[in-house]
Design a protein around this ligand. Structure first.
Ligand code: TMP
Length: 218
């Protein structure tokens, strides 16, 4: 594979809680780095000093029921604008492959579908933002929320503000994600996250390699 010549690219990782996307982000980063590619891993909300401060506010269980959903939406957008300005845009310009644990689809799925603010309304709002970069590829790790919950409860002692949301909320989020995937088949690839980690990883590498290689001929 001629991955070495790949210029700056942007791959995002999405899915409900417990879907394993953060693990797969790290695994893909290791894979690409081991092939001599320049990779930058970041996450949302967060990835900058300001973004990490916003992340704390958003995930703090003490804020449960205390953040208006519209303000929650704006805080995610603020964190993302800072991340784009400070990290994503410069890294891409420097020819790096940027792997981002969550991005715009999370806003559409969580705030649009989960909180009920409306996916189309948010899509329209996103168009007005000063900074935007379209991912070359989005990997959606699809999982039944009940299984996601089982995994999280096993792995964590304290649950964050979103992990405390009811199963019904996470079902709406999952449905939102799948709706995006149906509408944008070229960009969004759905992976069955119920499969063993190794098999999920095999699919991630295959799909990411295809995207990165095909980008060479663009
Ligand atoms: P993480 O735990 O995967 O890092 O994500 C933090 C939480 O923030 C997760 O519950 C999903 C949520 N989230 C949104 O609700 N909207 C967004 O735009 C993003 C990026 C994350």
């Amino acid at each position: 594979m001629t991955l070495k010549k790949v210029p700056g690219r942007f791959i995002t990782f999405e899915g409900i809680e417990g879907c394993g996307k953060s693990t797969q982000t790290r695994l893909l980063a290791d894979y690409l780095s081991s092939r001599g590619l320049k990779v930058l891993v970041t996450r949302e909300p967060g990835g900058t000093r300001l973004g990490e401060a916003i992340r704390k506010l958003l995930l703090d269980p003490a804020n449960a029921g205390r953040i208006d959903p519209r303000v929650e939406l704006l805080l995610y957008l603020a964190s993302r604008q800072q991340l784009l300005a400070e990290v994503i845009i410069p890294a891409r310009a420097a020819g790096k492959i940027v792997l981002c644990d969550r991005y715009e689809d999370a806003t559409l799925a969580y705030q649009g579908a989960g909180r009920g603010l409306g996916m189309e309304k948010i899509r329209r709002l996103l168009k007005f933002l000063p900074l935007r970069v379209q991912p070359d590829l989005t990997l959606l790790f699809d999982l039944d929320p009940a299984e996601g919950f089982r995994r999280i409860r096993k792995a964590k002692k304290t649950l964050d503000r979103f992990e405390r949301e009811k199963l019904d909320f996470h079902r709406k989020v999952r449905a939102g994600y799948l709706r995006i995937a149906r509408a944008e088949k070229k960009r969004v690839k759905v992976i069955n996250a119920a499969l063993p980690v190794k098999e999920v990883y095999r699919q991630v590498v295959k799909i990411a390699s295809q995207t990165l290689s095909s980008n060479l001929t663009r």
